[in-house]
Design a protein around this ligand. Structure first.
Ligand SMILES: Cc1cc2nc3c(=O)[nH]c(=O)nc-3n(C[C@H](O)[C@H](O)[C@H](O)COP(=O)(O)O)c2cc1C
Length: 365
């Protein structure tokens, strides 16, 4: 028995020193957080299988036996078919809206026509093979339950983690024996649901009690008081995303880092305009355009992503900063400066320890 509340079951089972998990798309952040005692999880949704293999090897060279993971998006509900079938499902009013947006705002077509190919699940399955082959300690599924690969993953020494935003999703994953359920609240950056973190986490913790599944809290976490609160609610740790965007190691562009520093919690909004599922993000002219009266409904995943692949690539190529955005959660409120990732870990731990000390040291009324 340990008396350190920050040494949770996550530390026992995964060998991390502190129960802080960092999701990021930059592999330098992953290595830095894992080496600082947490667990880095690499968002690999847009990497090809061969890029992913070298990313994993790069990370492993830097972290050795310390724990890290790879995250993929494997949505359960999405339109299916080959590229042509999917293209045919994109309605004309949405095509016209995007074409007009480009024409009215001088958004150039990208040099290379991107057209998402809509084959998300096929790409994810190929990447999964790489994850298993490289014996990555953790596979996390950002959308959709990872239960269907649990046995195969375990045979390769890989634990499976699933992000959930609703109690019913959590129940299904716990019953299927997923190793860790990440209870991700409404406040969170990226794909996010409708239930707040403070409501969702205790409910999922109660569901997981007595099963082998651990619960990790996500959404809105940017400081150690929240880490202490998550542990007090019964979570085995926190899973965080937004705070790592403003670290030195993050490849996020400087103007976005600056916007993250300036943004208030109430500024970041949910929009389906990028992927078809609600993504909490920094405001932008692109996101605003889809909220205007007269804008059409967004489409189901992956049709929306296919529809807007070219306009988003054109905006990026032309560096139209007002039109560019990044997923970001209400946790932006905790970003005040750009820091090394390890410092973010140490500060969060120190604040959590202070929070626990204050409770234990508080006079009983
Ligand atoms: C820039 C960014 C990109 C994200 N992309 C993904 C993703 O590809 N897969 C995924 O599982 N979660 C993704 N997320 C969500 C995070 O995994 C995490 O659940 C979320 O950031 C937690 O809330 P927080 O941002 O308040 O810390 C993303 C979050 C951010 C900020």
């Amino acid at each position: 028995m340990t008396t350190d509340p920050l040494h949770t079951q996550l530390c026992d089972e995964y060998g991390c020193e502190v129960p802080i998990v960092a999701f990021a798309h930059t592999k330098d952040v992953i290595a830095a957080v894992t080496n600082a005692g947490g667990i880095g999880v690499f968002g690999a949704g847009s990497r090809t299988p061969s890029e992913l293999r070298s990313d994993i090897q790069w990370i492993r060279e830097r972290v050795g036996d310390k724990p890290f993971g790879v995250d993929l998006l494997m949505p359960a509900s999405l339109a299916e078919g080959n590229r042509e079938d999917l293209e045919a499902q994109i309605p004309q009013p949405q095509r016209d809206f995007v074409a007009k947006l480009m024409a009215d705002n001088q958004i150039p077509a990208p040099k290379e026509i991107v057209h998402g190919d809509g084959q998300m699940l096929k790409h994810a399955r190929e990447s999964l093979e790489v994850i298993f082959d490289e014996k990555v300690p953790i596979f996390a599924s950002g959308l959709g339950s990872p239960a269907f690969v649990k046995d195969e993953a375990h045979a390769h020494g890989t634990k499976v983690w699933g992000l959930v935003g609703l109690p019913r999703q959590a129940r299904r994953q716990i019953e299927a024996g997923v190793d860790v359920v990440i209870a991700q609240g409404y406040d969170s950056g990226g794909h996010s649901g409708t239930v707040g973190t403070f409501t969702l986490v205790p409910e999922v913790v109660a569901m997981a009690e007595g099963t082998g599944t651990l619960v990790v809290a996500a959404g809105g976490v940017s400081n150690g008081r929240q880490l202490a609160a998550a542990i007090t609610m019964g979570a085995a740790g926190v899973w965080t995303g937004t705070i790592w965007l403003a670290t030195h190691e993050s490849a996020t562009e400087m103007f976005i880092k600056q916007r993250l520093i300036e943004a208030r919690a109430e500024d970041v909004y949910q929009s389906r305009a990028m992927s078809g599922k609600p993504i909490r993000q920094l405001p932008s002219k692109y996101g605003d355009a889809w909220k205007q009266p007269g804008a059409p409904e967004t489409l189901q995943m992956p049709l929306q992503g296919m529809l807007v692949a070219d306009i988003l690539a054109g905006i990026k190529e032309a560096r139209m900063e007002d039109w560019m955005t990044s997923p970001a959660g209400q946790s932006v409120v905790g970003i005040h400066e750009i820091k090394p990732a390890a410092e973010v870990v140490y500060q969060m731990v120190e604040e959590a320890q202070d929070a626990f000390d204050r409770i234990v040291g508080a006079p009983v009324a």
